[in-house]
Design a protein around this ligand. Sequence first.
Ligand code: APR
Length: 245
Amino acid sequence: MNIDQSLIEKLINARSIVFFTGAGISAESGIPTFRGKDGIWNKLKPEELANFGAFMKNPDMVWEWYNHRKKIIHESQPNQGHITIAELQNFFDVTVVTQNIDNLHRRAGSKKIFELHGNIERNYCAECKKFYNEELDFSSGVPKCFCGGLIRPDVVWFGEFLPEAQFEGGEKAAKNSDIFFIVGTSAVVYPAAGLVSTAKQSGATLVEINIGETEISSSADYSFFGKAGSVLPKILHEYKSSVKQ
Ligand code: APR
């Protein structure tokens, strides 16, 4: 895969870059994506697992599923995609705006991260919102808060608002970005996907990295159709060899 020299030129002149990421960047770490051929939502119903009503109706089932996902995430490692983004912090003001709840960007060493859909490592009481980030005890069923409320994972379910500070941080980063990378997302879930046009309208160069075409391919300035874990290291390599010259 060829990396356009004009993109490298833009990188050489860039100060702040944003990585807007989705489930695809964690696919090579063994974490299934949601849509596409082997997507989770082909087998399971988001309306039964990823919304508040379903949780209140059947908290055991919803927790069983999140504990299953947590196990997969704990058994996985950041891949070259996550690692390259962290390494780029040595050259640029890098902001990660992610839809992923898997904490892999943080584990790879990224510092400035906005988590639009929460983080599976955190939990809070559905009633009083008190946080419980320690390992939860499920020996007597779904754990409860001191107030009696059910404890839920700190993830954003369908129909719920995004955490305001995280979304505002992502929006500000998109508006200030020179280059806005869109990595491993189908860009169909809003308001997160709206950050793409926010960045475009603010004059950022849009660079898409995905194994296939998506909703935003037509508005991207550059599209690299390949795995994030191979394309991102290539871009970094090209950049490094260019700045050396
Ligand atoms: N490298 C790059 N892209 C990849 C790779 C890879 N190795 N593997 C898959 N992809 C692409 C797919 O082609 C697809 O476009 O990643 C995208 C994953 O899209 P989705 O499964 O829809 O995931 P995402 O966009 O993150 O979903 C958004 O939806 O279900 C909710 O809350 C959940 O945050 C999630 C949101």
